[in-house]
Ligand binder design. Structure first.
Ligand SMILES: NC(=O)c1ccc[n+]([C@@H]2O[C@H](COP(=O)([O-])OP(=O)(O)OC[C@H]3O[C@@H](n4cnc5c(N)ncnc54)[C@H](OP(=O)(O)O)[C@@H]3O)[C@@H](O)[C@H]2O)c1
Length: 277
């Protein structure tokens, strides 16, 4: 890909999109962020704006919202692929969810589209604890989740961004699916214990039943379809199917993925996990 080519980042303000955009910009690439708050706007629920977001683009990083497992995701990815082909986009790099059977249908749609592709099928991000829905619990000192002994190979969003940038800027990644995990299997409780250890704070982890957790989300007026997605992620995907490590980061980058403890050390220094009470 030459320097004057344009790369669109769908979800450019998000945990991975922001990191992908920063890296591409640092390499001197022409980057266009696209989400509901950009101009032109890109909203996954309204395809009328998608053509403008893709106009003149050579490649795109695609992080779907809220999750490729939700109803309508496969159709949306199909529509995006058709528009990308019409607009001459030559490469789509899709972020997918590891172990999500429904996401595989979206991946297949992309593979059959005729557009060049790279798929990054990722485990749970470290940054869910520092930039997303687990942050409040860490800050308050008590994280409740409907998950117990199951282990997850959490991965750094920085590693995902590095894989995406390699795919978008180097030869040899088209037609590849990288299943990426971190280097270590951990329970959610072990991850919280590591954050507690390094922050020096008392942060408790408590397992609650899925119905009790859904009721808590309902009380907090979380939309029903989001609660449905949470139920799916914690009951179906976190059933032990992902309790294994992969070498996707090594395959794509030639180096191992970053350890959770290193992420925790850097994140402690930002102050984001300080006690807000
Ligand atoms: N979190 C995990 O552990 C994990 C693991 C594996 C895979 N994934 C997958 O990662 C993807 C999310 O990536 P991410 O975590 O990097 O993103 P994120 O942090 O959830 O991204 C939020 C971004 O999405 C945009 N956005 C929100 N709703 C939108 C909509 N309806 N249309 C267009 N843009 C919208 C937001 O900008 P605006 O507000 O401006 O629209 C923002 O830029 C999901 O498909 C998820 O399934 C996540």
């Amino acid at each position: 890909m030459s320097a004057d080519e344009t790369i669109v980042i769908l979800g450019g303000g998000g945990k991975t999109g922001r990191r992908v955009a920063e890296r591409l910009t640092a390499k001197g690439k022409d980057v266009r962020l696209a989400s509901r708050s950009t101009a032109p706007a890109f909203d996954w629920t309204d395809p009328s704006g998608w053509a403008a977001a893709l106009e003149g683009a050579d490649a795109a990083y695609v992080s779907y919202q809220p999750d490729l497992a939700v109803p309508g995701a496969v159709e949306a990815i199909g529509t995006l692929c058709r528009m990308a082909a019409e607009k001459g986009v030559k490469h789509l790099v899709l972020l997918s969810g590891r172990g999500e059977d429904e996401a595989l249908a979206a991946e297949e749609t992309l593979k059959r589209s005729g557009v060049g592709y790279t798929i990054i099928s990722a485990s749970w991000f470290f940054q869910n604890f520092s930039e997303a829905f687990l942050l409040d619990g860490i800050q308050s000192g008590e994280l409740f989740l409907p998950v117990g002994a199951v282990k997850e190979p959490f991965i750094d969003a920085d590693d995902i961004a590095d894989v995406a940038v390699a795919a978008l800027t180097e030869p040899g990644h088209k037609g590849k699916t990288y299943e990426v995990t971190g280097p270590q299997l951990m329970t959610f409780g072990e991850a919280v214990a590591e954050i507690a250890r390094q922050t020096g704070r008392d942060i408790r982890f408590t397992t609650v039943g899925i119905d009790d957790y859904a009721a808590l989300l309902e009380q907090a007026q979380i939309p029903a379809d989001y609660i449905g997605l949470v139920r799916y992620l914690f009951t179906s995907v976190l059933d032990g199917r992902n309790e294994s490590l992969t070498d996707g980061v090594l395959q794509a980058l030639g180096r191992p993925p970053r350890a959770f403890a290193d992420f925790v050390r850097e994140t402690v220094a930002t102050g984001v996990w300080e006690d807000l009470k």
